[in-house]
Design a protein. Structure first.
Length: 394
């Protein structure tokens, strides 16, 4: 019987290589052996409906437990946040230099702006407007200047729209910390410092009998001719071919973008695997994904991975630059979800929307940090770069 590949199934490399594998202009062979025309075959409507119902309940229950609210209230919250994120993406793009960024707070979408005309546009669209001193582009310029200053490993930089500041998280000690603080002085109140917790490292895991490491699948995708898995670039980098734990063939790595970014592409050309367009929640339920969006601070999200399973939390920051053990990665989404080795590449999502791929975490060996942080690669960048769409998206 053929085995469907569900996002976040554990998969392992079967051989090592010196570097990433180039994506051929047109792979040979069909991605879906069940079809004679080589095009993507969607999961049956019945199976998608069951997956959606089960996944919705699990997400709502997880958020309800964390927030101390009823499941009904959690379902309403998730629905409202899904609409708010799309409005935030639209408004921040339209406002351009007048935008200071957007975030979710107490059930409201807040869009920060630098002038009254922009505030009026935000209010007319149904969001809350807040006038601030600095636009997001100005803050990003400050962030880049600080990133160019020598820094210790485990330093991060991000724009915080809620406080209209650049936030620099420094390790507790290190000779280069003084240089960061000195460089920030000329920016005054536009910069604030925090202390980072733990060593930031990629979430590749070493498991018994797996000498090359293990990762989680992110999202299945298609170019309408072939099917793929989007996962972390530090997973596909150096590993040319992948199988499932039971030995079934998945296919070769085609692309690896790491460091700076952290996304990679696996071609699903195994004889008995196919895309399903759903996420494994590790409790006999799954979640269908219909598209992607750009995350905003305050958003309720969930992560799925082979080590920690299904866990939910909140987006703390976006557009974060991380100076981690594996190199610098940029434009990350920071959450307070605990993830561990082996979760790399796993999906970050909410409702039916894809947001990111598990990249780095501040784990303590094989244990969660007391103040867990995970950084996720925005999935939209990978989708745009590889010219694919989420499998099963309308």
């Amino acid at each position: 019987m053929a085995l469907a590949v569900v996002a976040s199934v554990a998969f392992v490399p079967t051989a090592a290589a010196a570097g990433p594998v180039d994506r051929p202009a047109q792979p040979g062979g069909a991605a879906d052996r069940a079809r004679t025309d080589g095009r993507a075959a969607l999961a049956s409507p019945g199976s998608v409906d069951r997956d959606r119902a089960g996944g919705a309940a699990d997400m709502a229950e997880a958020i309800a437990g964390q927030r101390g609210i009823s499941r009904e209230a959690a379902e309403k919250l998730l629905s409202a946040e899904n609409a708010d994120v799309r409005l935030a993406n639209q408004l921040t793009t339209e406002l351009g230099a007048s935008s200071g960024g957007a975030y979710l707070s107490d059930g409201n979408l807040v869009v920060t702006v630098t002038d009254a005309a922009a505030a009026a546009k935000v209010t007319a669209a149904g969001a809350k407007a807040r006038i601030v001193a600095r636009g997001e582009r100005q803050l990003q310029s400050i962030q880049r200047a600080l990133e160019a200053t020598p820094s210790e490993p485990n330093t991060t930089w991000a724009v915080d729209p809620a406080t209209n500041q650049v936030v620099v998280s420094l390790p507790a000690s290190g000779a280069k910390n003084a240089g960061q603080r000195s460089a920030a002085r000329k920016f005054g109140a536009a910069v604030r410092f925090e202390t980072s917790a733990g060593q930031i490292q990629p979430n590749v895991g070493i498991s018994s009998g797996d000498s090359l490491g293990g990762c989680s699948a992110g999202f299945t995708a298609t170019d309408y001719t072939f099917n793929y898995i989007i996962t972390a670039g530090h997973c596909t980098q150096g590993y040319p071919h992948w199988t499932l734990p039971n030995g079934q063939d998945v296919g070769p790595s085609l692309e690896s973008n790491y460091p700076e970014d952290d996304y990679g592409l696996i071609w699903m050309n195994g004889p008995s695997v196919w895309a399903t367009g759903v996420i494994n929640l590790w409790n006999n339920t799954s979640r269908s994904i219909h598209g992607w969006a750009t995350a905003v601070s305050g958003l309720s999200v969930c992560n799925s991975g082979k080590t920690t399973g299904f866990r939910c939390g909140t987006v703390l920051k976006t557009n974060v630059t991380v100076n981690g053990a594996g190199g610098t990665v940029r434009q990350m989404v920071e959450t307070n979800i605990c993830t561990l080795g082996g979760d790399s590449g796993g999906p970050l999502f909410a409702s039916n929307t894809a947001y990111g791929l598990n990249s780095h975490a501040n784990r303590v060996g094989t244990q969660c940090n007391s103040s867990p942080r995970t950084w996720h690669q925005p999935v939209g960048e990978a989708i745009t770069a590889y010219q694919v769409v989420i499998y099963g998206a309308p």
